[in-house]
Design a protein around this ligand. Structure first.
Ligand code: NAD
Length: 261
């Protein structure tokens, strides 16, 4: 259990934060890891550090909103290692604003990264998984915001809810090929994505940064604690290594009890 020996794992947005830690944990579990990211240099650095630790990793340049880059990036992984067994669709950004202040361009950018990116990477990886009929796992990085809403996050909440629909459909369509699809829904994790939001929300709500953390971000957790990249990566490992279709079409909330299903 929880081994990925030889499995080829493509993780998007893996040059930083949650995706980077998932890539490291997958490599430690014996997986061969493709670090796909918009920022190629950072992806190469992450891949190099995994190789320095004795793991197998390559970097792949990929803007997940660009159909051709996704097609080429997945093809690169297949040409290197012959297959994709695990996709973690993780790349994401945050833009916070009131609905009444959001530009259409920002709205579309958010939906493109979170939803088009998940669709395009799923499609390309599933084409390989279905052809080979040797099973596979698709993991979407949702959020507690896949289940509830917060002020200022309309496109993020919309996109993260949307991933549940994509996941459930993929779970049904791909089951006959032994491919499982699940969503991980983390609470707040201290990554660059969250560090950027703290001063932004402090400004928007007219409160201190400490109050943003304590009274907004961690207010409804059971213990006032942030979720960690390790917490999320360990759940991602279990979902990737799970062996049967018993665990598919689900969302797993990893949030210190912020949201309880
Ligand atoms: P991060 O900013 O640390 O890392 C995101 C990575 O995605 C970066 O390396 C960035 O270059 C890459 N990226 C951005 N746009 C891309 C694109 N178009 N194509 C390819 N790569 C792209 O962020 P993180 O906190 O690790 O977030 C990762 C995922 O986890 C996101 O989907 C986010 O919504 C989700 N999430 C984060 C939190 C949190 O609290 N940090 C909570 C719940 C869910």
């Amino acid at each position: 259990m929880n081994r990925l020996d030889g499995k080829v794992c493509l993780v998007t947005g893996a040059a930083s934060g949650i995706g980077k830690r998932i890539a490291e944990v997958y490599a430690q579990a014996g997986g061969r890891v493709a670090i796909a990211d918009l920022r190629l240099e950072a992806a190469e650095e992450a891949a190099r550090s995994i190789r320095d630790e004795g793991g197998q990793a390559i970097a792949v340049a990929m803007d997940v909103t660009d159909e051709q880059q996704v097609i080429d990036g997945v093809a690169k992984v297949i040409s290197e290692w012959g297959r994709v067994d695990v996709l973690v669709s993780n790349a994401g950004i945050q833009i916070v604003n009131k609905v009444t202040d959001f530009s259409l361009a920002d709205w579309k950018k958010m939906l493109a990264i979170h939803l088009d990116g998940a669709f395009l990477t799923s499609r390309e990886c599933l084409r390989d998984m279905e052809k080979r009929r040797e099973g596979g796992a698709i993991i979407y990085m949702g959020s507690v915001h896949s289940h509830l809403a917060s002020k200022l996050k309309a496109p993020y909440v919309t996109a993260k809810h949307g991933l549940l629909g994509l996941c459930r459909t993929v779970a049904r369509e791909a089951a006959e090929y032994g491919v499982r699809a699940n969503v991980i829904c983390p609470g707040f994790v201290r990554t660059p994505l969250v560090d950027k939001q703290i001063p932004e929300q402090a400004r928007e709500f007219g409160i201190t940064e400490e109050a943003v953390v304590k009274d907004i971000m961690l207010k409804d957790t059971v213990d006032g604690e942030f979720t960690t990249v390790d917490d999320v990566a360990n759940v991602a490992l279990t979902l990737a290594a799970f062996e049967t279709n018993a665990l598919t079409g689900q969302s797993l909330v990893v949030s210190h009890g912020w949201f309880m299903q």
